[in-house]
Ligand binder design. Structure first.
Ligand SMILES: CC(=O)N[C@H]1[C@@H](OP(=O)(O)OP(=O)(O)OC[C@H]2O[C@@H](n3ccc(=O)[nH]c3=O)[C@H](O)[C@@H]2O)O[C@H](CO)[C@@H](O)[C@@H]1O[C@H](C)C(=O)N[C@@H](C)C(=O)N[C@H](CCC(=O)O)C(=O)O
Ligand SMILES: Nc1ncnc2c1ncn2[C@@H]1O[C@H](COP(=O)(O)OP(=O)(O)OP(=O)(O)O)[C@@H](O)[C@H]1O
Ligand SMILES: N[C@H](CCC[C@H](N)C(=O)O)C(=O)O
Ligand SMILES: [Mg+2]
Length: 484
């Protein structure tokens, strides 16, 4: 392929050689460069891609895309310079794979919580009307019924565009993808033709990366500035901002405020959530299998996007009810003794508050919360989550989430600072398996054990190793014979 053609629409300066050169492939990781390939150098947070130019040349690179002029590159190797190679990589990948996102409906979901849940609600609806759906997100990527492993919530642009092409080649009609704030800020999704963008909510998370809530909000806002149509949750404080950013048609959703698509008569039980969806003066009864008022917002977001895609409302209602729930999102394990455990992915203050409030709506006995916080992530959310746990649970067991490179005991202490501000009885058990066993041992009929933070995850990341760990498996084992 011709490099000059691939770079159409991207500004660059020629430092040496010519852009009019044939390349066999392109890579942003020097370790993957192939003979006659292009190496795209990215100035990263951990290291600098430009440092690996010698490795790329050794592997046979014939062209380099850099972010500044570089020295000592042999004659005969083309060197081009752009201002930002993450942007260049995204646009180059879109060209290379032949603009696959323009050939399908692409629906992007952003927000602190509810992205994964919303994508699966959309899949249920679109499956019903015979669409072939692609999913890109935290739990997995999917091409129809085929499941592919996901490394991250939103992949790097090259992998993302390759996945789009594969989806299109396998007759996917609609791609529903989670768009993380990291991916917007780091230009992984530049060049994608989003047909509809959904905003769920904005609450504290990822301050380790974004530093301020303003930066975090601005990153999320980028999605609405490029989508053709938007669905915005106006009950959220950032909804008005997202609406302002939107460039095309906007469908607003909300429960408390005035919106195009709303809900009334919300009834939360242990088995799910019932409500009436109100659209253009008509009332549609909906039943969701996931409990919680927050689930109504996810349903309205999915429904709003489907309305913008032209799906009949009756099909939308049936699709929402057909969704059996999502792995690790308010997933229930019941016991013969009459208590139940709920495994949930709540890993932010708002997520934890929502699931504890939801459990409190139907718990008859005590609410026992087992949770912690991940290492190498926003530390400021730890005491806040501790305080929420202490305020809303009857007993807290503070335990490890994914410690990553941090000392697990230290993370527990950070969470404890918050629990201590309340008068909730608590204990710290650093080993998550023991923490779950303790909760199960103390639970009586009518009690609910809420095990939060890891949801669908089947691993636990420690400084020196990653082990298999699955909250659902652990709680079933802990219940043993008592498990229903
Ligand atoms: C903070 C963040 O997102 N960082 C991403 C960023 O890493 P970085 O800038 O630190 O990269 P780096 O390690 O300094 O390397 C710079 C360049 O040198 C290259 N290199 C490096 C070594 C070498 O030998 N040769 C070589 O060429 C690298 O390939 C890279 O191109 O660019 C890398 C290349 O694409 C990403 O892999 C990396 O994601 C890391 C792994 C990550 O953990 N990201 C998380 C925080 C993330 O994005 N999470 C969100 C989820 C949020 C949510 O769900 O709410 C997500 O979208 O998944
Ligand atoms: N609309 C919502 N508002 C607030 N909390 C929610 C909402 N939907 C889900 N949650 C809570 O957040 C948790 C994570 O939900 P989900 O996986 O759908 O979010 P996400 O945005 O995909 O998260 P991530 O950023 O990790 O990808 C759920 O387990 C639940 O506790
Ligand atoms: N997408 C989120 C998931 C957090 C899940 C939690 N179990 C943790 O490890 O902190 C993140 O990477 O921050
Ligand atoms: Mg997700």
């Amino acid at each position: 392929m011709n490099l000059k053609q691939l770079l159409e629409g991207i500004s660059y300066e020629v430092q040496q050689g010519t852009a009019d050169v044939e390349i066999s492939d392109f890579q942003y990781d020097s370790r993957k460069v192939e003979k006659d390939g292009l190496f795209v150098c990215i100035t990263g947070f951990q290291t600098d891609g430009h440092k690996y130019i010698p490795m790329a040349l050794e592997k046979g690179a014939v062209a380099l895309l850099c972010e500044h002029r570089v020295e000592n590159v042999p004659e005969g190797v083309t060197v081009l310079v752009t201002e930002n190679n993450r942007i260049a990589l995204a646009l180059l990948s879109d060209h290379f794979y032949g603009h696959p996102s323009a050939e399908m409906n692409v629906i992007g979901v952003t927000g602190t919580n509810g992205k994964t849940s919303t994508t699966y609600l959309m899949k249920s609806i679109l499956d019903r009307i015979g669409k072939k759906v692609g999913i890109i997100g935290t739990i997995e990527n999917r091409i129809g019924d085929e499941v592919l492993k996901a490394e991250r919530t939103t992949p790097e642009s090259k992998e993302l565009q390759a996945l789009f092409r594969r989806m299109k080649n396998e007759d996917v009609t609609d791609v529903v993808m989670e768009v993380s704030s990291h991916s917007l800020d780091l230009h992984r999704v530049d060049g994608i033709a989003f047909d509809v963008a959904i905003f769920t909510n904005l609450t504290q998370d990822h301050l380790d990366y974004h530093k301020t809530m303003e930066n975090y909000k601005a990153a999320k806002g980028m999605l609405f500035a490029r989508a053709a149509k938007s669905v915005i949750n106006m009950d959220d404080a950032a909804g008005a901002y997202m609406k302002e950013q939107s460039k095309g048609e906007v469908l607003t959703i909300g429960v408390d405020c005035k919106a195009d698509l709303t809900a009334e008569g919300i009834d939360v039980s242990a088995d799910g959530t019932a409500f009436d969806m109100l659209w253009q003066g008509k009332r549609y009864p909906v039943h969701l299998h996931t409990p919680g008022r927050f689930s109504v917002y996810n349903a309205l977001g999915a429904a709003g996007a489907c309305i913008l895609l032209g799906v009949p409302v009756e099909e939308i209602v049936a699709g929402l009810t057909a969704n059996p729930g999502v792995s690790g999102r308010f997933q229930t394990v019941r016991s013969k003794r009459g208590c139940q455990a709920v495994v949930d992915y709540a890993h932010t203050p708002d997520g934890l508050e929502n699931v504890l409030n939801t459990a409190n709506e139907f718990v008859k006995g005590k609410l026992i919360a087992v949770f912690g916080c991940g290492g190498d992530r926003d530390r400021t959310k730890r005491p806040i989550m501790g305080e929420i746990g202490g305020r809303l649970a009857g007993y807290c067991i503070i335990t490890s989430d994914n410690p990553r490179t941090e000392d697990p005991e230290k993370i527990l202490e950070d969470v404890e600072v918050g629990v201590k501000k309340t008068d909730c009885p608590y204990e710290k058990i650093v080993d998550r398996r023991e923490a779950i066993q303790k909760a199960v041992a103390m639970a009586e009929a009518g009690d609910v054990i809420l095990i939060a933070g890891k949801g669908h995850e089947t691993y636990q990341i420690f400084p020196d190793k990653t082990i298999h760990f699955d909250d659902i498996e652990e709680v079933r084992k802990a219940f043993g014979e008592d498990c229903l």
